[in-house]
Design a protein around this ligand. Sequence first.
Ligand code: NAP
Length: 284
Amino acid sequence: MRIAIIGPGAVGTTIAYELQQVLPHITLLGRTNKSIHFQPANQHIIVKDIKSMTDPFDVIIVAVKTHQLESLVPDLNRLTHDETTIILAQNGYGLRSTLPFKYVYQAVVYISGQKKDDEVIHFRDYRLHIQHDRRTEQLKHYLEHTKIELILEDHIETTIWYKLLVNLGVNSITALGGNTAQILKIPEVYQLCTRLLEEGKQVAMAEGITLPDTIVEDIMHIYAGYPDHMGTSMYYDVINHQPLEVEAIQGFIYRKARTHHLSTPSLDTVYALLRSHHSLSIQY
Ligand code: NAP
């Protein structure tokens, strides 16, 4: 099986490195030929220029940021055959249906790491949650001796919405507040975060997603366990003037709220302000 991982960042490099330890024909693709220094393994991983590749792959794991996906479509056209499985290893939702390919799966990513220039540090976890079917069952079997664990879900939408809500709360407040997780100690921010989660929960329910009644308290409890100095990806993107994955997270939930005619004042405000950060970053 020929497997490509597109996006030599924190998630993509971790997946490629772990698959290469056990399996043949694993290729990490990026914008240019280079090597990435991968920590804590202290290994160099080869990255191939995606434009130089012509032969199709059987499985492609896409680990670029959500706003970087659209420009990949011509490459995906060239690198897929009729039976290629494409896995979106990204946060957010709503992009699967924009891709003109037959077997596209949205994964929920629990792999944590950070990229700086050509160095990637993996912090923890190796899990991709994905819809259970015959195809993903075969892939899980193929990966079983690697550290990358495919968790097969009967209702992936529930897992996707859970992660969307986790990202909605803490990503929004840390990015807009310009502060790490300690921002939750400010009572007004804590309240705003709770309201965002309550609005997100209403949207999820309108979408037919079954979540525990205590989902808001549960997620606030998870945030309470975050170390004060912990930033979120959106927080780092704002302070580094990088584009934000706002359309796939807050924007996706916002548009669903409009479809269901729900009132989501906190989400509307947060989404508008994050869009402003996003458009400023593009001008940089
Ligand atoms: P990242 O470190 O920014 O990596 C993205 C990589 O994709 C970069 O190396 C980028 O290259 C490359 N890329 C962009 N456009 C490309 C193209 N057209 N062709 C080839 N390569 C391209 O991002 P990440 O942190 O791994 O995140 C990937 C996804 O996983 C995001 O949706 C994120 O929200 C999600 N996620 C991340 C974590 C985490 O801890 N990092 C955890 C859970 C979920 P350049 O550097 O040249 O732009």
